[in-house]
Design a protein around this ligand. Structure first.
Ligand SMILES: Cc1cc2nc3c(=O)[nH]c(=O)nc-3n(C[C@H](O)[C@H](O)[C@H](O)COP(=O)(O)O)c2cc1C
Ligand code: SF4
Ligand code: SF4
Length: 253
């Protein structure tokens, strides 16, 4: 999976769920279909007077989620900013061209109440339940910052193997000699530990190539033989290993 494919999939989904935070800190979610993808930038249209717009002006945090028929969820977390005034008409024209039904919603001059927001810095969580084991991947675009999630086996592990036995997806495995220094699973956490901004680079998916935006990859594991490790890309984050570890060696993020 990569950023470009995730955005293409969201484009096919069409109507997405956009969540914001209201003035009481409560969640607010609604359907939005007027979305335009320009490289990795995500433009969307709303009306200035809607609660949605007011929440974005006050607190730009936004989360978008889309679900595909292949049992995939693509979730984007970022900050939405109003597009610069001099660009508003350009993006509005593009959105009206791509979504002709908008003319029915805001005919003629009434569309002057529209405003366009853009999300340029964000993270993507790709989650797919149609593979066995399940697939989870993270990506960053621009200055998006990944927040660690899920579970991690710490150095307090005594190697009893209980977590591996209770894992519904077989996402916990025993590190062998040949794995050491070549383990892919905990890269998200290793990068955060090292104080890196984030795993991967900042190129996003703009070039359309493989782009280095993937928040997973090989190398640098501190895993030692006979220790256990969670393959983050296959983890449901269900917590079964955490609840069953006899020495509380599993940390929750
Ligand atoms: C299929 C569908 C697509 C929609 N697309 C948009 C859209 O692109 N922009 C928008 O502002 N509202 C859109 N709406 C309407 C919003 O979902 C609706 O106005 C919502 O109440 C806005 O949230 P708010 O009440 O928090 O402002 C759409 C509604 C539906 C049913
Ligand atoms: S993490 Fe806990 S349950 Fe898993 S092998 Fe280590 S000690 Fe056992
Ligand atoms: S959180 Fe659940 S899926 Fe992930 S490793 Fe633990 S038991 Fe397995």
């Amino acid at each position: 999976m990569d950023v470009k494919t995730c955005l293409e999939k969201l484009g096919y989904v069409g109507v997405l769920n956009f969540a914001t935070v209201d003035e009481d800190g409560g969640p607010q979610v609604r359907n939005i279909s007027a979305v335009h993808y320009e490289g990795t930038d995500i433009y969307f249209l709303t009306a200035r007077g809607k609660s949605f717009a007011r929440q974005l002006y006050r607190d730009g945090r936004v989360q978008i989620s889309g679900y595909t028929r292949y049992k995939e969820t693509i979730r984007i977390s970022g900050i939405a900013l109003e597009a610069p005034e001099e660009e508003q008409l350009q993006w509005r024209d593009i959105l009206y061209r791509e979504q002709p039904y908008l003319e029915n919603v805001y005919p003629g001059e009434t569309k002057n109440i529209d405003t366009i927001f853009v999300i340029k810095n964000y993270t993507i969580e790709y989650f797919c339940l149609s593979t066995r084991p399940i697939t989870r991947e993270y990506f960053t675009v621009g200055d998006g910052i990944l927040k660690p999630k899920g579970y991690r086996i710490t150095e307090a592990c005594i190697g009893c193997g209980k977590c591996a036995r209770v894992c519904p997806q077989k996402a916990v495995y025993k590190v062998t000699d040949k794995d050491v220094g070549n383990v892919e699973d905990e890269t998200v956490y290793k990068a955060l530990d090292k104080g890196e901004d984030k795993p991967g680079d900042k190129s996003g998916g703009k070039s359309g190539d493989k782009s280095g935006d993937k928040a997973t990859g090989k190398g640098g594991s501190r895993a030692t033989p006979n220790s256990y490790i969670i393959r983050q890309n296959n983890c449901l984050q269900c917590g079964n290993c955490f609840e069953n570890c006899p020495v509380k060696a599993i940390r929750r993020h």
